[in-house]
Design a protein around this ligand. Structure first.
Ligand SMILES: Cc1cc2nc3c(=O)[nH]c(=O)nc-3n(C[C@H](O)[C@H](O)[C@H](O)COP(=O)(O)OP(=O)(O)OC[C@H]3O[C@@H](n4cnc5c(N)ncnc54)[C@H](O)[C@@H]3O)c2cc1C
Length: 477
């Protein structure tokens, strides 16, 4: 006999945890992994802390900022487990480190490359002027039409092909706004003739937990939700079938659970594959969505060679990874004294490079780009996979997602989060998405109201309502 919950939440990443926090009714979270936290988890090995790829905190939203603050504030002492830093993001090509973003910081590169970049920019500008992003048919056209041959050839094209693993013409340009710095032509020219500016783009100043890695945010959710909620989370519970007609889910471990409303954060293509008797157009929409995966190679080494970098982009195809997150500079507590702590991020589509080979090629490339020396002591070398990392903004994506969402809504299923909405969400967006899901649950319940006896509802949900007074008093973190 299966138990029934008012709301079941699939997935315990920041979206699922935030949904639970904002709900004002009983819930059950089903998580397929043996640990909660989704992509916000960290791994602890021999005194080193590694995140699932480079993760920092930044947001333009006051509510999300207040939640970040709350998650990293000790409820007993009020001490804050966070520190803020000015970003040190760099690009490395032709043996030279240049500031990020590449296009506004070519100063220091060999003269013929700077020349190619500026002449290409001038030609593109003469042809296209300040043509708005929305005028371009796709990402590839925007890039070449805006920045010209040199900048695209030496950084933007090889880097983006290395990351996205797809013909860049198949990508729309809609995801760019607010994510990719778009320096004006004057800034690009100035950045070629004198040392550039480090503070462009939305994450020029960022927060990071002092202790515990990015996982400290997940630990913060556990504190906020309290023991009752922890009893409402089942790990090792992969949902393998969703029965919309009978409002139940079945897990790989054999458990079955009934629900009145379902909040799901699992990747959309997987969800539609697991829906019993899913209509063929909905299934086809799910199957049409593409994403890239990331393998993260963790390297802990001695001595400390991290210098001042937070992360470095590597466009050149002969370098194995596309980015290194210098995890040790995010917090000095991420590694033992005198050591370096790096995460190499390697994008893949389909099958990852096997672990031993990936580690060997990472070390080789790190020596090549100067992050390691051949006689450095390697203390930790490990790898994790992130099978779902970046959703690809294909031209038809929004229409496909809309079709799936509308179908699910008819069955009181809310699909939400980075992979539930198939959108380029950061953690702050995930927090807000969870809140939105809780509000949608409340609306669904309101609609059912005439049939049941109800009690007045708290505005935000039990836990969130208890916290709301203090939250409102929170200033900027
Ligand atoms: C390389 C990379 C770097 C990033 N850097 C940053 C950064 O610097 N700053 C930032 O703010 N954000 C960053 N992000 C984004 C951030 O990680 C995500 O926005 C956030 O994790 C999304 O949360 P989510 O809960 O929607 O999804 P997830 O974190 O993916 O959580 C979904 C959960 O659902 C579970 N699940 C899936 N299928 C099932 C199933 N069938 N049954 C049960 N459980 C299931 C998964 O195991 C997972 O735990 C980065 C992401 C990537 C990929």
């Amino acid at each position: 006999m299966k138990s029934e919950y008012p709301t079941i939440i699939i997935g315990s990443g920041p979206t699922g945890l935030s949904a639970a926090y904002h709900l004002d009714e009983d819930y059950l979270i089903l998580e397929r992994d043996s640990r909660i936290g989704g992509l916000n988890k960290s791994v602890y090995i021999d005194g080193f802390t590694f995140d699932y790829a480079g993760h920092i905190m930044f947001t333009g939203d006051d509510y999300a900022r207040a939640i970040f603050d709350r998650l990293l504030t000790d409820p007993k002492t009020g001490a804050k487990n966070v520190h803020y830093q000015a970003r040190q993001a760099w690009c490395y090509q032709k043996g030279v480190h240049t500031l990020y973003p590449f296009q506004a910081n070519t100063y220091g590169l060999p003269q013929e490359i700077v020349q190619e970049c500026i002449v290409g920019l001038a030609r593109a500008y003469l042809k296209n002027g300040d043509r708005p992003v929305s005028d371009y048919a796709n990402f590839h056209e925007w890039m070449w039409g805006t920045y010209g041959d040199g900048i695209c050839k030496h950084f933007m094209d090889p880097y983006n092909r290395k990351l996205w693993k797809i013909d860049l013409r198949e990508m729309s340009h809609e995801w760019l706004s607010g994510r990719v710095p778009m320096p004006a032509i004057e800034e690009i020219i100035l950045g070629a003739i004198r040392p550039g500016k480090a503070d462009m783009g939305p994450n020029a100043y960022f927060g990071y937990p002092l202790r515990g890695g990015y996982q400290a945010l997940v630990d913060g959710w556990v504190h906020l939700l309290g023991q009752d909620a922890i009893d409402s989370i089942r790990t090792d519970s992969e949902v393998v079938e969703v029965d919309l007609k009978n409002r139940s889910v079945r897990c790989a471990n054999g458990d079955e659970w009934g629900y009145r409303r379902l909040v799901t954060t699992m990747p959309l293509p997987e969800l539609v594959r697991r829906i019993r008797n899913c209509p063929s157009d909905v299934r086809a929409a799910g199957e049409s969505l593409r994403h890239t995966s990331i393998q993260c190679v963790f390297i802990g080494s001695r001595p400390n060679r991290m210098e001042h970098y937070h992360w470095i982009y590597y466009p050149e195809p002969e370098v194995f990874f596309h980015r290194i997150f210098v995890q040790g500079n995010a917090s000095p507590f991420n590694q033992p004294e005198g050591c370096s702590n790096y995460i190499a991020e390697i994008s893949y589509y389909g099958k990852p490079v096997p672990k031993d080979e990936a580690i060997e090629r990472t070390i080789e490339s790190m020596i090549r780009v100067g992050r390691l020396h051949p006689d450095d002591e390697i203390l930790v070398a490990d790898m994790v996979l992130m099978p779902y990392a970046y959703v690809i903004p294909q031209h038809h994506k929004d229409a496909a997602v809309q079709l799936i969402k509308e179908f699910l809504q008819q069955h009181d299923v809310i699909t939400i989060g980075r992979f539930g909405e198939w959108s380029y969400y950061n953690t702050d967006h995930a927090i807000l998405a969870g809140k939105r899901a809780a509000e949608m649950v409340k609306e669904l319940r309101e609609r059912e109201k005439p049939a049941r006896t109800t009690v007045p509802l708290a505005p935000l949900g039990r836990k969130a309502a208890e916290d709301s007074v203090a939250l409102a008093a929170t200033g900027k973190v």
